[in-house]
Design a protein around this ligand. Structure first.
Ligand code: NAD
Length: 252
């Protein structure tokens, strides 16, 4: 696991530990198994530590410039036959492949949040992704106990092209005073059988991530139907990013 500073690695490990501990508490995992899993994770702030990896799954901030820099630098550091995958929610995999000299080995591997419980991995094939790369990633996903579903590289892929406009529309309903946050979420939970209302889900995903995805859809399709709600922008400007900052549409 690579990050830019030790404090972020420590935060990541703490989150993994807490997630595994929940499995131990529910007796789905023994304390020994948990220890073995934690021991397998090595951390580094230096990309040289990834040199021997056969696959790297990038999951950094949802920002094209950040990811472009990461893909360029991974390309020169990891073995030439390694697969470079991105967990991006919306950024073009074809663009990321294009900054490397191994576009055939670049692919999208979009895990769903919360990863330990969600089965789906959306596998995104970019313009130059080879069949062999796709096959290797499909098979790895199954070995992880997940279900891979394939789609082509297009803004928001399938998951966020459908989900995010729904969340954005719920934010518009709140913005226009159509209903309270509790009513909007309650109507979608009870009426549509969604496990979580769209505003609570936005807080869970992170409002900055939601805004970044709406901007990708808006730019990618040049269609005003994807314009992000002004209220979403205002919350992000205020630093109200959802659960991770203690406040979003709800307080935590
Ligand atoms: N939040 C979700 O529900 C969700 C779901 C599926 C996919 N994703 C995708 O996963 C990725 C990460 O999302 P997040 O919500 O964890 O974002 P986040 O901004 O909360 O965390 C990003 C992490 O990346 C690190 N980082 C930033 N620049 C880096 C660099 N140059 N090298 C190495 N590490 C770097 C940060 O320090 C931080 O630890 C995004 O692409 C997002 O679209 C998020």
């Amino acid at each position: 696991m690579h990050d830019v500073a030790e404090e972020f690695l420590a935060r990541g490990l703490k989150a993994i530990d807490a997630s595994l501990q929940r499995d131990v508490d529910k007796q789905r995992l023994s304390p020994d198994e948990k220890g073995t899993i934690i021991e397998r994770i090595r951390t580094t702030t230096n990309k040289e530590g990834l040199r021997d990896a056969f696959i790297v799954v990038e999951a950094a901030t949802e920002d094209l410039a950040v990811k472009t820099e990461i893909f360029k630098s991974l390309d020169t550091r990891v073995r030439p036959d390694a697969i470079l995958a991105s967990n991006t929610s919306s950024i073009s995999i074809t663009k990321l492949g294009g900054v490397t000299r191994r576009a055939d080995r670049v692919i999208g591997m979009h895990f769903m949040n919360p990863v330990p419980v969600m089965k789906l991995v959306e596998i995104i094939r970019a313009a130059a992704t080879s069949d062999q790369t796709y096959e290797e990633v499909r098979s790895l996903t199954e070995r992880l106990g997940k279900i891979p579903l394939e789609c082509q590289d297009s803004p928001g892929f399938v998951s966020n092209r459908v989900l995010m406009p729904m969340i954005n529309e719920a934010i518009f309903a709140l913005y226009e005073g159509v209903a309270s946050r509790e009513s909007i979420d309650g109507i979608m939970k009870l009426g549509m059988n969604h496990p979580m209302g769209p505003l609570a889900l936005a807080d869970f995903i992170g409002l900055d991530v939601c805004l970044a995805i709406m901007n990708v859809l808006h730019d990618g399709f040049s269609d005003s139907k994807y314009r992000p709600c002004p209220l979403l922008k205002r919350y992000v400007d205020a630093g109200w990013l959802g659960r991770k900052s203690g406040r979003g549409f709800y307080e935590y």
